[in-house]
Design a binder for this molecule. Structure first.
Ligand code: SF4
Length: 729
């Protein structure tokens, strides 16, 4: 029975899932132990609302599968050993396929098979070994031999300490995290265009917009509470233009739905801008006073009349003209975008077009206008702000810039490497080339999350030394030499920064289980063993060190964040919630202007062919999160969505002889998976969608590892596959 609310202990914290970062309260039964229920709090970004993940998805932290003691590999034959990496990868894959169709425990790492290859160890033993082995590789191979993947699920303080450790102990900028897989291209385009990688306004500001373009975002599944603000705004009169190859449920609420062919975004936005310019709907004063390079942009889009854009995108020319009229005629227009824009080899070009769309119509710097890449994980904004990226120190101060380097050398009391580091995808390639030999992986699971994972598996299995710090035995941890049991967000204090730039405090609810420890303490213990004189007593002390090095966070401290956090920048946190709309007078670029960068449309890297006739799109479901390590251990969430499914249009299903629930084999040039079919009217003929949460039908076995040349983000949204009926595994 649930205790009366008055007898429960209320602890305020932040949802651990998406970038919306909903403020919530857990009601904790200290007598029986455990959380009784969760409730949203009245923070401006969620106004008491929670989606199914925030409301029910916290029980994974109490899973009996939590790691509770450090583990050291004893048997180098699994999965490392004399076999070639190819054979190991294939034999593991066979194992996954035999283990079931996504029903627990079939979809999770087989603990009983993996754990015998490790022995329990003390923290001293484990950390001494990590320091000795990583230190040894650094001594032999220098900075190039070491890399670190941090986590967007950790706090700002943990992200800051992790990058500081890799940069100071190993003098390496090879430190990155999953931002490389979600919005790296958006950030690259925003830095180039407006001088800041963060959003220029909040998702709640849609209430002030006459029109909003929501593009490449299945917001109802991926940012559910933000999408409730979108739907509410529409009811209050904001026109919604929804652009996506899939008819996600946002389409049901749109005034105009542009169901474009995958990978044709540049052609569509160039076509719209062509028409906006032709109709004279540009804001001439804004262009003259606040932008640069308009002529080149206009010249480029002149070559994309709506008829051509229609031919490329599959959207009829009249709809493109109508979008141009609505967008160009609006008093206030805002654009929200997701990974349908960013996860392409043209991701940076896609985002450049959105920046230009806003800039030529004067839709930046006023209420109800602006640019908002909907950030994925709950702290991907904060982890990026805190410097968990190879080319930037905290607050996006360039690692290759001498002034920035000197600033951090003085702050941290050591020499730093003047070379930019490698990104997530480049690190994997470097391991295969014998460059990076030792890695510290905190809370990342590239075995499942990176593209073309047979290649990732090869890299993981040939690494000289891999330490994985996580809360579960993840697929990546199977390859580790040392596994360090870490803490969930429920077991620590810290700050988290959401997609709106809201910095919020998370509070500890429970102690970590067994001998598991708080992440920042583990990082500090390792730093001390590597000779660094760190002595932080709390996350508060780390935050106090960070903020003076991060001008955007100026004036924020643990005591003025309050129970609902503050937006940055914030000149007066005691009196204000922070700045909603940026760039009202100038952009953050050196000259204060928005830099318009034209883009030509380029097709995807792997086009459909006779042999592989379908286009594969990958992404998330409402109920699950990324590689599934958390949500697949949540009873409610896994019960609602227990298995991997390939979403197929009724036309393709009929042509292939597939019915709802049948098994199908999906193959690309890189691998194959077998999974159930979901016939869905939300897909169009020629495209299929597969979520990437399910180990037993891992979508990233199929994806291509080509990357955007600027943002270095992989093309998760486009590769060629074929599909055929399959017998049950
Ligand atoms: Fe959590 Fe995002 Fe859902 Fe809010 S919308 S409850 S942050 S998953």
């Amino acid at each position: 029975p649930i205790q009366p609310r008055a007898q429960l202990d209320a602890v305020d914290t932040v949802c651990p899932y998406c970038g919306v970062g909903c403020a919530l309260t857990y009601y904790v039964d200290r007598v029986r132990g455990g959380i009784s229920f969760a409730e949203g709090r009245d923070q401006p970004g969620n106004k008491g609302r929670l989606c199914v993940k925030g409301r029910y998805g916290w029980d994974y932290a109490a899973s009996p599968q939590r790691l509770t003691t450090p583990l050291i590999r004893v048997d180098s034959a699994y999965p490392k050993g004399p076999l070639s990496a190819d054979v190991r990868a294939d034999s593991q894959l066979d194992g996954f396929a035999k283990r079931g169709r996504g029903r627990r425990p079939g979809g999770l790492v087989p603990y009983e098979e993996v754990l015998p290859h490790f022995r329990e160890a003390t923290w001293d033993e484990a950390l001494d070994l990590v320091a000795e082995r990583l230190g040894g590789i650094y001594a032999e191979s220098g900075s190039a031999g070491i890399a670190g993947f941090g986590s967007a699920k950790c706090s700002n303080e943990e992200a800051y300490l992790f990058q500081k450790l890799i940069r100071t102990a190993f003098r390496s900028n090879n430190v990155d995290h999953c931002t490389r897989l979600c919005h790296a291209s958006s950030v690259a385009a925003l830095f180039e265009g407006v001088g800041s990688g963060a959003v220029s306004t909040t998702y709640g500001d849609i209430a002030n917009a006459d029109v909003a373009i929501i593009t490449g975002s299945n917001a109802t599944a991926n940012h559910p509470v933000a999408s409730s603000f979108f739907k509410q705004a529409r009811r209050n009169g904001t026109k919604i233009i929804y652009v996506d190859p899939r008819a996600g449920t946002v389409a049901d609420h749109a005034d105009i739905f542009c169901q474009l062919k995958p990978g044709t975004d540049v052609a569509l936005y160039n076509g719209i801008m062509h028409e906006v310019i032709r109709l004279g709907l540009v804001d001439r004063d804004f262009i003259a006073e606040r932008t640069t390079n308009y002529e080149r942009l206009a010249e480029t889009v002149a070559a994309y009349p709506p008829e051509l854009a229609a031919q490329i995108t599959g959207i009829d020319a009249e709809t493109i003209r109508e979008v141009a009229r609505v967008w160009g005629g609006a008093g206030a227009g805002v654009i929200y975008w997701g990974m349908g824009i960013s996860q392409h080899t043209t991701g940076t070009d896609n985002a450049r077009c959105l920046i230009a769309m806003c800039s030529i119509t004067g839709n930046v710097g006023r209420p109800g206008t602006g640019l908002h890449p909907l950030r994925g994980q709950n702290n991907v904004q904060g982890a990026s702000d805190a410097g968990l990226i190879p080319m930037f120190y905290p607050n996006y101060q360039p690692a290759g810039d001498e002034k920035s380097r000197v600033l951090f050398e003085e702050a941290w009391g050591t020499d730093l490497n003047p070379e930019n580091g490698l990104t997530v995808t480049e690190i994997i390639a470097s391991v295969l080339d014998g460059g990076v030999r030792g890695m510290y992986m905190l809370g990342e699971n590239p075995f499942m999350s990176d593209p073309n994972i047979n290649k990732v598996r090869k890299a993981l299995s040939q690494m000289d030394f891999l330490v994985v710090q996580d809360i579960f035995l993840t697929e990546t941890a199977e390859f580790a030499d040392v596994i360090l049991p870490a803490s969930s967000y429920l077991e620590k204090d810290g700050t988290y920064t959401n997609t709106d730039r809201r910095v919020q405090l998370g509070h500890k609810v429970f102690d970590p289980p067994g001998a598991a420890r708080v992440d920042w303490e583990i990082v500090q213990d390792l730093a001390q063993r590597l000779g660094l004189d760190w002595d932080y007593a709390s996350p508060r002390e780390v935050f106090e060190e960070m903020v003076p090095l991060m001008p955007d966070y100026a004036n924020l401290d643990y005591d003025n964040l309050g129970s609902t956090g503050k937006l940055y920048p914030n000149p007066d946190p005691d009196g204000s919630d922070g700045t909603v709309v940026l760039f009202d007078e100038r952009f953050n670029t050196a000259d204060g202007l928005a830099h318009l960068v034209p883009a030509e449309w380029l097709p995807g890297k792997e086009l459909p062919s006779e042999e592989y006739p379908l286009v594969l799109n990958t992404g998330r479901l409402l109920e699950h999160w990324h590689t599934g390590s958390m949500t697949r251990r949540s009873f409610a969430l896994d019960s609602i969505a227990p298995r991997a499914e390939a979403y197929v249009s009724p036309e393709d299903a009929a042509e292939l002889g597939l019915a709802d629930g049948d098994f199908a084999r999906v193959e690309s040039r890189r691998g194959e998976i077998v999974l159930n079919v979901k016939v869905s009217h939300r897909e169009v003929k020629g495209n299929i969608f597969i979520p990437f949460h399910f180990r037993e039908a891992a979508a990233n076995l199929l994806t291509i590892d080509e990357i955007d040349p600027t943002g270095k983000i992989p093309e998760f949204k486009f590769c060629a596959v074929r599909m055929a009926p399959a017998a049950d595994r």
